[in-house]
Design a protein around this ligand. Structure first.
Ligand code: GTP
Length: 311
């Protein structure tokens, strides 16, 4: 079952936006009916063809229903005007057609015969123009919706605190870079940076200060990267860097610089543990990241054992 469809369509909504057009159409229908009835003589019951009456009534009711649907569903505008005026013309001719079943006009009176037939093609042409413009309008709306959806998808990949891309985006880019690495065989390095004692920093200074620390570190990381590199927030206090065409020596220099930078950060100096590794042959993105985080955890244990990390 399609759960996107509304459970109940409200057909009895008053067409607030088009009540002027509705009133005008009904007034014209009334005037035409009075003019038609007063211009001819009523037919006897023997002259009335009930099959025709049923057919004409159904056509008239359906046209009125289409008009109503347009009026309750469409906004004001050019496309709507084409559709409503065209459908109104068509409906008015069906009303005259129905009256014609009960009224016999004088033989020399051609006016109502014309009014019954001429507005039909005009109305049909207007409806067709409206439908073509409706199609163009719908395509434009679809394009806008697609752009909005793309924008939202992009924003789901961005960490709201640091405005860096998140882990999901990092993994997508890593897979892409690994595929490129296999073609070019150029070195590919990844680095991970973890703040020491971030939970304690949170407890001591509060969330707002801790968030500022995350932003400062994110800024410091971005400062050290080249245009082709990528930095992302990986988990709570962990950042990852993707460093294409980078040897271990170069990547180590980047994270050494980051150590110095983080110790001078405002509002709070940070101690960080950082590790970098290069992609091995035939290694997948997941395997690379598992190796990287295992190396980081080992490094943290060593730092804490040496008394360098936070308590
Ligand atoms: N301010 C802030 N804190 C966060 C955010 N996301 C996660 N945290 C907190 O970050 C802390 C991370 O704790 P841990 O993973 O133990 O990190 P740690 O205290 O640095 O421990 P080690 O990594 O072993 O040094 C937790 O207290 C989380 O509640 C965030 O967006 N902002």
């Amino acid at each position: 079952m399609n759960t996107l469809l509304p459970k109940k369509t409200k057909l009895l909504t008053w067409p607030v936006l088009h009540q002027g057009k509705l009133a005008l159409t009904l007034l014209v229908a009334l005037l035409l009916s009075i003019a038609a009835c007063s211009s001819g003589m009523p037919k006897t019951w023997q002259q009335v063809d009930m099959f025709d009456v049923v057919g004409e009534s159904a056509a008239s009711l359906m046209a009125l229903f289409w008009l109503w649907l347009l009026m309750i569903s469409r906004p004001r505008g050019r496309v709507t005007n084409w559709l409503i005026v065209g459908t109104s013309l068509y409906w008015l001719t069906t009303v005259l057609d129905l009256i014609d079943e009960f009224i016999k006009y004088p033989a020399d009176m051609r006016l109502f015969a014309w009014l019954e037939s001429l507005p039909v093609p005009v109305g049909m042409v207007m409806i067709s123009i409206g439908l073509v413009q409706w199609l163009a309008e719908q395509q434009s709306i679809n394009r806008q919706l697609a752009q909005r959806e793309h924008f939202q998808r992009e924003h789901q990949l961005i960490d709201p605190v640091t405005q860096l891309y998140n882990a999901r985006y990092f993994m997508l880019q890593l897979q892409r870079e690994i595929a490129l690495h296999r073609l070019t065989d150029k070195p590919l390095a990844v680095a991970i940076v973890d703040i020491d004692g971030f939970a304690q920093l949170n407890r001591r200074w509060g969330m707002a200060v801790a968030d500022n620390c995350l932003r400062s570190l994110a800024g410091a990381i971005e400062l050290r990267l080249r245009a082709q590199d990528l930095a992302c927030r990986f988990t709570s206090d962990r950042f990852v860097m993707l460093l294409p065409e980078t040897t271990t020596e170069l990547a180590t220099a980047v994270i050494d610089g980051l150590h110095q930078h983080s110790e001078m950060l405002q509002p709070q100096p940070l101690a960080v543990t950082a590790v970098t590794i290069n992609l091995n042959d035939n290694e997948s993105a997941d395997e690379l990241m598992t190796r990287l985080t295992m190396r980081l955890d080992w490094q943290k244990r060593c730092r804490y054992a040496d008394g360098q990390g936070a308590a």
